[in-house]
Design a protein around this ligand. Structure first.
Ligand code: HEC
Length: 102
């Protein structure tokens, strides 16, 4: 009986950790994505390679909400490539959490 109560308690609390939108972004994974897809333009440590490219080390564009940045990264703009289809929303959110540490 005790085992049953214990396992019910575990099952009841698991969704708290699994709730996808509330789950914390994985910054380490974001870093890996950044180094694969973004570093060529936005630069190591966020120091962009060209003045026309936002410099995340200076906080360029990072005043925007995550949802806005997510949309921009999905869609691209001018020479900024669109990442829709290449990166999942989950991966983009991971990258955004990494951008905020640069
Ligand atoms: C080919 C070069 C290039 C690559 C690769 C690139 N970017 Fe960009 N990025 C740009 C340029 C240029 C802009 C400025 C576009 C503009 O004026 O909005 C930009 C803008 C942005 C912005 C600001 C968008 C806004 O709404 O203000 C974000 C955030 C961003 N990039 C993130 C990323 C991430 C994350 C990656 C990798 C997954 C990436 N970029 C890869 C060139 C690049």
């Amino acid at each position: 009986m005790q085992k049953l109560i214990l396992s019910l308690a575990v099952v009841a609390t698991l969704p708290i950790f699994w709730s996808a939108p509330g789950a914390a972004a994985d910054r380490q994974n974001g870093r890996a994505m950044y180094e694969t897809y973004c570093v060529g333009c936005h630069g190591e440590a966020g120091n962009s390679i060209d003045p026309t490219i936002p410099n995340f080390a200076n906080g360029d564009r990072l005043f925007q909400m995550d949802s806005q940045l997510l949309e921009s990264i999905r869609s691209g703009n001018q020479t900024m490539p669109a990442f829709r289809g290449l990166l999942s929303d989950r991966e983009i959110r991971d990258v955004i959490s990494y951008l905020r540490t640069l």
